[in-house]
Write a protein that binds this ligand. Structure first.
Ligand SMILES: [Zn+2]
Length: 160
């Protein structure tokens, strides 16, 4: 039996699923990580590949009211646990958008930890793997530097 990771949230909304750039649009429930379907409610997933002419994303993944956009060439280079974490983090942003909350990177990280722990794809070793990619991040106007995010996550994980 296939393991299915479902990331639910309350409420509903309609998407304007634009496909004007020829993005590879995957309907809700259709995106898979390591062969395991992942779902973020009704949010579709868009796979961007700049080498195929898609516009640059500027990050490994971004989220807006249209769904979750993934920088596919970069995303594929991550180990599965970091892929799950990234998708769950973006799903945390979908929840923020739907609830009218401001975008908050710390809350999105903690949402990913909570879902990862509950679904069994994240443990302390997995956070270390995720942090091996985050650590060198200097941060920006919304993201704290990688070491700060990692220390916060490692400290919080046992209590989530
Ligand atoms: Zn984020």
């Amino acid at each position: 039996m296939k393991k299915i990771i479902k990331i639910f949230f309350a409420g509903c909304f309609s998407f304007l699923c634009l496909n004007v750039y020829g993005w590879n649009t995957i309907p809700p429930g259709g995106f898979k990580i390591s062969g395991i379907p992942v779902t973020c409610g009704p949010a579709p997933t868009y796979l961007y590949d700049q080498t195929l002419g898609d516009p640059p994303l500027g990050d490994i993944a971004i989220t807006n009211t249209n769904g979750i956009a993934i920088n596919w060439p970069l995303f594929q280079q991550l180990p599965p646990v970091a892929q799950f974490f990234t998708y769950a983090h973006e799903c945390g942003h979908i929840i923020q958008i739907l609830s009218g909350s401001p975008i908050n990177e710390d809350q999105a990280d903690f949402y990913a930890l909570k879902i990862g722990k509950a679904q069994g794809f994240l443990n302390l070793n997995g956070i270390q793997v995720v942090c091996s990619y985050l650590w060198s991040s200097l941060g920006d106007w919304t993201h704290k530097p990688g070491p700060v995010r990692c220390n916060n996550m490692l400290s919080a994980f046992p209590y989530i």
